[in-house]
Design a binder for this molecule. Structure first.
Ligand SMILES: *Cc1c(COP(=O)(O)O)cnc(C)c1O
Length: 813
């Protein structure tokens, strides 16, 4: 983009004084992006509990001089320009809508409950030989994601593909204004995201608003949808059942593929696609409809459709060899998604040193000269230490990069690779599909078992924001990452929380805090249970101990005296009824006497913990705890003349006793997607999925048994699959013998016989599956809560039991 401040101010109705002739080349909403620079216009978005206005000083330090704000922050003395608007998000959307109208080429707009991203990626693949396409990166389909995507349109493009996702009413018309699709695709209407709508009709009506100004809508023929369609909207429909659809399709499966018999009026032909599952078939047909509409001949359609491939949109974080972290983005290589991957690299880097392995970049529409200059600028602004380029084009442009080595092909790189070449660094692996960078990932990845715990970082962000939205704007948030982030992983989650600017982290023991600090986490960290042997280390690593007894206080003060500390932050825990740790009412007086006599420590916060916040039968008890906390903490505040942060609520406390937020809350299990309230559970997203694969399949006759102790006896011929996960991985033995199940291709497979140390066996008699197929141990189904209930325990125990030998893989969509 290339717009003057004067034009932008006018388009977003901003009041502005200053030099209006400055030219803006990029926009940003992320205060931590290293891509921010002088020509960036920064939009200070205000989220449910996060206000970018608070970080403008950091952004200014990066050289940014133009800001769209709702108010001018008090402490901003720099000489910069503010465009003041009523609502920053609306301004961003208006600017994107204006930008969109500067271009006059076809734009495909997609919405629907599932499949948007896959259809978008496939269309990009199918149409890219003939068009220079701009598309939404990843799944950027929200109120913020759509304007950011559309702002990427530039003069070289001649086709746009953008997806729109909504979760409630009144959202789509904004997105329609920004995307302005000329061709619409409704992928489907499922039950996903139903909470935001009162009825299915309301949801359909809202989604259809995207197509208000379209010349044509492509959809699967469906009476319910038709009832809401504007009769003047031209449509192009398909169906498996209804012969009145424009395109009638029959399907047959052959081996691992599906043959589609297409009938368009009198024109009939066959297309083969390399998939068999219903969702992929439906997605492929939507793409086919676009090709038909655009007038492609059947040879081209047949040829290109056969090449469709599984889409991987996720950025994954994995542990690599020689103490490295790998960020795996090995399936795409366009410029937009490179920018996103580089921001992600910065936000998740565990090691200072950053390396990027990058393939040739395709379909930019720019000349190679221009393109690689831009890529090189991006690499420099992101402070990448070295670049490994793979491909003929990037090799030809090697001179544009500093500290760069190149190889013509992936196999040439792998052939030359010395295993010592990578050490103590974060490596982004980003390449187009045709380069098969998955081979590089496989080589650099630390080898472990096939069982992995996948952690969805988007879901963590979602859950964090959900709980934030329940807080007063001034309430701070501490997030508990004890026990390795409730089993999910310490560093990566801490890093994400730092990115989201939570106020505090909480760990159980000093060594957990030390590991986080040593890995570079800068957030303050409270240690719930500091043993006196760890006090020195706590001080050395700037951790903040919770002090819960006179004995503990005295021994901490002794060390504080030796080290001549001044005002070292400590947290005072009061026992109000949990009877676990904390000062009791009787010892408060003595506590005051000791604290008055010292300046070695400073009471940073006062806290207590609720025993029954999850059970409303005990609400009277909770209120008594809250009252006692209020009373005792007030005494401390008054007698010591201090202004500490007060906090008592855990996750279910936030949900059930919101009036007791005091100055901060301590979020735990909710972050990881678990609630004990059914309604609230629906609003949280699943964070962890424990996955494995089928090692072996066999069929046994009636009368045979399975496993130790012959605890399962087959009554009929039974097909058995063995999965390499057992109680040593944290799967309770009680989950075996018909109690529990796993999911294979969305179907339940009951566990037969006893769970072994490293394996378990399941019944797959009625499931079509093969050795090597993926297995879900828990995640969407069964959920951790469902398992906990059947095992007479709580989700906390299930999550924290997953052994450390199970590899954690973090991903972002
Ligand atoms: C674990 C813990 C929390 C968080 O509890 P959740 O129920 O997981 O939200 C809060 N405070 C203290 C003192 C804790 O030990």
């Amino acid at each position: 983009m290339n717009l003057s401040i004067a034009t932008i101010a006018q388009q977003i109705n901003a009041s502005f004084e200053g030099d209006a002739s400055s030219i803006i080349e990029a926009i940003s909403i992320d205060s931590r992006s290293l891509q921010n620079s002088t020509n960036t216009l920064f939009f200070a978005l205000i989220g449910p509990n996060n206000d970018a206005h608070l970080y403008l000083n950091d952004v200014m330090k990066q050289g940014v001089t133009h800001f769209v704000v709702q108010y001018i922050p008090k402490d901003c003395h720099h000489n910069v320009n503010f465009l003041v608007v009523e609502h920053v998000l609306t301004a961003l959307q208006k600017l994107a809508a204006y930008h969109r109208r500067l271009f006059h080429f076809p734009v495909i707009g997609l919405t629907g409950s599932n499949g948007k991203t896959i259809v978008k990626e496939w269309l990009n693949f199918l149409l890219s030989p003939d068009y220079t396409i701009i598309r939404s990166p990843k799944s950027y389909n929200s109120q913020v994601g759509v304007p950011l995507s559309v702002m990427g349109i530039a003069k070289q493009h001649n086709l746009g593909i953008f997806e729109a996702g909504i979760s409630t009413i009144h959202e789509m018309s904004n997105l329609e204004q920004i995307i302005r699709p000329t061709l619409g695709i409704l992928t489907n209407i499922g039950s996903a995201h139903d909470e935001g709508f009162t009825s299915i009709g309301e949801k359909i009506k809202e989604k259809l608003l995207l197509f208000k100004n379209c010349e044509l809508l492509i959809y699967a023929k469906n009476k319910t949808i038709e009832a809401f369609l504007n009769p003047s909207l031209k449509t192009f429909s398909w169906s498996f059942k209804d012969r009145s659809a424009d395109v009638f399709i029959q399907k047959t499966s052959i081996l691992d593929k599906t043959k589609l018999h297409i009938q368009l009026h009198s024109y009939a032909f066959t297309v083969t696609i390399p998939f068999q599952d219903d969702a992929s078939i439906e997605n492929a047909i939507h793409c086919l409809m676009v090709l038909l509409h655009l007038g492609y001949d059947r040879e081209t359609i047949e040829y290109r459709m056969l090449l469709l491939y599984p889409v991987e949109m996720r950025l994954k974080i994995k542990d690599g060899i020689n103490s490295t972290t790998i960020i795996d983005d090995s399936y795409s290589s366009d410029f937009q998604s490179l920018k996103i991957a580089l921001d992600f690299l910065e936000s998740q880097k565990q090691y200072k040193k950053k390396t990027v392995i990058l393939s040739d970049i395709f379909q930019s529409g720019l000349s190679d000269e221009e393109l690689y200059s831009k890529v090189s600028q991006l690499i420099i602004s992101n402070k990448i230490n070295r670049v490994i380029g793979i491909g003929a084009t990037i090799t030809a442009f090697k001179h544009k990069f500093v500290n760069c080595i190149t190889y013509e092909t992936t196999s040439a790189f792998l052939a030359h690779l010395d295993s010592d070449f990578f050490r103590n660094e974060t490596i982004l692996i980003k390449g187009a599909r045709s380069f098969h960078f998955e081979d590089i990932v496989a080589t650099l990845e630390e080898k472990t078992h096939e069982t992995v715990l996948e952690i969805n970082l988007n879901a963590i962000s979602h859950n964090l924001n959900f709980f934030r939205s329940k807080l007063q704007p001034s309430t701070k948030m501490m997030v508990m990452v004890k026990a390795f982030g409730y089993g999910n992983g310490g560093f990566e989650i801490a890093k994400l929380l730092e990115h989201h600017q939570v106020d505090y982290l909480g760990v159980a023991f000093a060594d957990e805090g030390i590991a986080l600090k040593a890995a570079g986490i800068r957030l303050p960290i409270m240690v719930l249970n500091p043993e006196s042997t760890s006090f020195s280390a706590i001080i050395q690593y700037q951790l903040e101990p919770e002090i819960y007894s006179l004995k503990g206080l005295r021994s901490f003060l002794k060390i504080a005296e030796q080290k001549k500390l001044h005002q070292f932050p400590i947290h005072i825990k009061i026992d109000t009824g949990m009877h676990r740790l904390g000062f009791e009412q009787e010892s408060i007086e003595e506590l005051i006497v000791i604290l008055r006599a010292t300046t070695r420590v400073k009471v940073k916060s006062i806290l207590s913990h609720l025993a029954t916040s999850d059970d409303l039968h005990h609400s009277a008890f909770v209120e008594s705890q809250i009252d006692l906390f209020e009373k005792l903490s007030s005494v401390l505040i008054k007698e010591l003349c201090i202004t500490p942060i007060r906090h008592i609520l855990n996750t279910s406390g936030i949900s059930n006793f919101a009036h007791a937020q005091f100055d901060m809350v301590r979020l735990g299990i909710g972050l990881y997607g678990v609630s004990n309230d059914a309604d609230e559970q629906k609003k949280l997203e699943n964070v962890s999925t424990l996955k494995s694969v089928i090692s072996q399949i066999r069929t046994i006759p009636a009368g045979d048994s399975v496993g130790y102790g012959r605890r399962f006896m087959a009554e009929k011929k039974t097909k058995i699959a063995t999965i390499p996960i057992g109680y040593a991985d944290g799967i309770a033995r009680l989950w075996g013998n018909g109690v529990g199940y796993v999911s294979i291709h969305h179907q339940k497979a009951i566990i037969l016989g006893s769970v072994c140390m490293d394996m378990l066996m399941v019944d797959v008699t009625d499931i079509v599956c093969q050795e090597g197929d993926p297995v879900i141990i828990f995640g969407e189904s069964p959920t951790v809560s469902e398992m906990a209930e059947k095992l007479h325990t709580i989700p906390y125990e299930i999550l924290t039991s997953i052994s450390q030998r199970v590899k954690r893989v973090f991903y972002r969509e």
